[in-house]
Design a protein around this ligand. Structure first.
Ligand code: 9D3
Length: 245
């Protein structure tokens, strides 16, 4: 997958050179190109924003540099037609399902906004999608763009070493994770549950599943969909003393 990112802060994307994403890029599974929006201005002051028509506080990001940047990126990647994603607090909320859908695309182009907002013509004439990462206000679209790249990259085959961990991941199954332990078996008086030391893998599997259900019921009952629960799950939930969703 190719990902192009347009931003006024290219240095903010240093984290994409770390860890799993670095390895994905080195292996050619993911190609990320970061573009400086200011390079696409034509005036002496390299101005990317201006005051709003109609008045009001703050500044609005000008449309021309975004259009010029997207045109340059399209020319640099002929043949593919990118999804053009505007990061914005007003976008569709990023979820597991949205990330998985985007991972099927060969080319994503992310536009990072700032200030009070972006000229509406960028939204109308340039973007195909608008995505928010959650209901809180950030100072810009850079962190959201990195969150999107990270969440999407996990679904590219080969990026996460263990494909099973992607398939079984909390939100894929609609359940939170079970508690995990490693050595030592006792630490500062806190013991690892005996069942995990028993060696009985069938019992362990059932214990872990019950833990996931219990955790999800207590912490995130909104994730429990009745139709995704087996008869055994419903029995367990009743045993926990509460009704399922
Ligand atoms: C909703 C606030 N807007 C009203 C004037 C102004 C505004 C605030 C912050 C416009 C843009 C921003 C910068 N945030 C993003 O660009 C952003 C974002 C976010 O703030 N929260 C969650 N997801 C995203 S995606 C892009």
């Amino acid at each position: 997958m190719r990902v192009d990112i347009v931003t006024i802060f290219p240095e903010a994307f240093a984290p994409l050179d770390l860890s799993i994403l670095r390895r994905a890029r080195e292996r050619g599974l993911l190609e990320v190109v970061v573009w400086d929006l200011r390079e696409f201005t034509t005036d002496r002051h390299r101005q990317v924003d201006d005051s709003p028509f109609g008045g009001g506080a703050g500044m609005v990001m000008k449309p021309e540099p975004f259009f010029a940047a997207v045109e340059a990126i399209r020319a640099a990647a002929p043949g593919t037609s990118p999804r053009v994603i505007l990061t914005s607090p007003q976008g569709e909320r990023l979820t597991h399902a949205v990330a998985r859908r985007l991972a099927d695309e060969p080319h994503l182009l992310l536009l990072c906004g700032h200030y009070e907002g972006i000229d509406e013509r960028v939204r109308d004439g340039l973007s195909t999608d608008e995505i928010s990462i959650g209901d809180y206000v950030l100072t810009g679209g850079e962190l959201p763009a990195m969150v999107i790249v990270d969440a999407v990259a996990r679904f590219i085959p080969g990026v996460v070493g263990d494909a099973q961990s992607v398939a079984l991941d909390s939100f894929a199954e609609g359940l939170l994770d079970y508690p995990q332990y490693t050595r030592p078996a006792e630490f500062r008086g806190m013991r690892v549950p005996d069942v995990l030391l028993s060696g009985d893998h069938d019992v362990i599997r059932r214990w872990r599943h019950a833990q996931r259900l219990h955790r999800t019921l207590v912490r995130r009952p909104d994730l429990l969909r009745a139709e995704a629960l087996s008869a055994e799950d419903r029995r367990l939930l009743e045993e926990f003393g509460l009704d399922s969703a």
